[in-house]
Design a protein around this ligand. Structure first.
Ligand code: NAD
Length: 371
């Protein structure tokens, strides 16, 4: 099969869907891999490295003209113009963007959004949300440490003692857990909150303190269990009590990292303007939910701003700031997904009895397939 790997053109996107490592594996499976010139450069993969792996260098028309196109982000209108109807497309295509999916359907593409894969054991190796959130959690702490004008670890020196930074993490999914682990390695004192009760043990096992907000009604308990591992919106009664507990911690915090998301909905507001006002000057908030409206109403998506003496980071694509490793994990996710649609002993197929394929299929034969 002819596989195309375009250069990503979305603003700030530095990742690439195929690395020299995965290009080599695809070639070994008998496919021809065409990589657009410069596609991997921002992710530390040169054209020469792809060529050494057996891939060919091409231009945009060559990459988008392939039978199967592997991308990070959804193609732009211009890029769609380079694709033939019937082309297969795999990427992070934003399953909740109906308009975007409509454009893919109109272009006649058979498209798969990897973010839609179920959170099951079998799908773990192709779980792009996890692989990228893990990196985002790490980078959020790195950015916080960089913006914060004090140290993270406690330091006892001849010139006196420096106190450890207090870090509060709100939302402990994949990104939040990695943020805890990273901040811990830097020596911070950490507290964390999540709606899901199963998280408490994980937080404590990483050496952080869980901000307990007990459930008082059956409705609160049921909502907190979520669906398919994801959070659901919590009843206002619980959110009010959580707010009181979080406000106390945020007022004491030097760094707040928020990662709370509810799939397909705006992010919940967890850090109010009043809470930001209560923080010490020089404190830092990194809002990973910025692309979904933010967990803090003062964050500005894509910008770093200072308000009430607090630095608010609204970076919307943290994995792209760790382009090489983010690409390397993403490319392995893609390669694993391809095993389902490109089996060793046959051509491209769409086995709808496979729950992962069925969940990821977004468009086919001019129609949006997603329910
Ligand atoms: P996510 O990015 O959708 O959300 C981040 C976190 O925000 C979640 O932990 C969520 O509970 C939390 N949150 C939502 N509203 C909140 C609020 N008001 N206050 C505090 N926290 C709030 O989550 P994710 O990282 O994609 O992970 C979701 C779940 O899926 C986790 O349980 C994770 O362990 C699980 N998971 C399972 C698999 C697998 O089994 N293969 C793979 C990856 C993740």
């Amino acid at each position: 099969m002819l596989i195309g790997v375009p250069l990503e053109t979305a603003a700030g996107e530095t990742r690439v869907a195929v690395t020299p490592e995965t290009a080599k594996k695809l070639q070994a499976q008998g496919h021809r891999v065409l990589v657009q010139a410069g596609a991997g450069v921002a992710a530390s993969a040169t054209d020469e490295a792809y060529q050494a792996a057996g891939a060919e260098t091409t231009d945009a028309a060559g990459a988008f003209g392939a039978e199967l196109v592997l991308k990070v982000r959804s193609p732009s209108a211009d890029e769609l113009g380079l694709m033939k109807p019937g082309t297969a497309l795999v990427g992070m295509l934003n399953p909740f963007d109906r308009e975007g999916l409509g454009r893919l359907a109109a272009a006649g593409l058979t498209s798969f959004a990897l973010e839609a894969a179920p959170r099951t054991t079998r799908a773990q190796s192709m779980d792009v949300l996890s692989s990228q959130a893990n990196i985002a959690g790490y980078k959020a702490v790195m950015i916080a440490a960089d913006k914060y004008q004090r140290l993270f670890p406690m330091l006892m020196t001849a010139a006196g003692t420096i106190k450890a930074a207090r870090v509060v993490i709100l939302g402990v999914g994949v990104a939040g857990l990695q943020a805890i682990a990273t901040a811990k390695r830097l020596g911070a004192v950490i507290e964390a909150s999540d709606v899901r009760p199963s998280v408490k043990e994980q937080v404590e096992s990483l050496g952080a303190k869980f901000i307990d907000v007990p459930y008082e009604t059956a409705e609160e308990k049921e909502a907190a269990e979520g669906v398919g591992g994801y959070a659901r919106p919590m009843p206002p009664s619980w959110l009010e009590r959580q707010k009181v507990e979080v406000a106390k911690r945020v007022a004491q915090a030097d760094v707040v990292i928020t990662t709370a998301l509810i799939p397909g909905r705006p992010a919940p507001v967890l850090v109010t303007e009043e809470m930001v006002r209560s923080m010490k000057p020089g404190s830092v908030v990194v809002d990973l939910a910025a692309p979904a409206g933010g967990n803090c109403p003062l964050t500005e998506a894509g910008r770093t701003v200072v308000k009430h003496g607090v630095t608010l980071v609204g970076e919307t694509n943290l994995p792209a700031l760790v382009a090489a490793d983010a690409s390397s994990l993403y490319a392995r996710n893609v390669l694993d997904f391809l095993k389902l649609v490109l089996p060793k002993d046959g051509g491209f197929q769409v086995p709808m009895d496979d729950d992962i394929v069925a969940a990821c299929l977004m468009t086919q034969a001019g129609e949006i397939k997603r329910a």
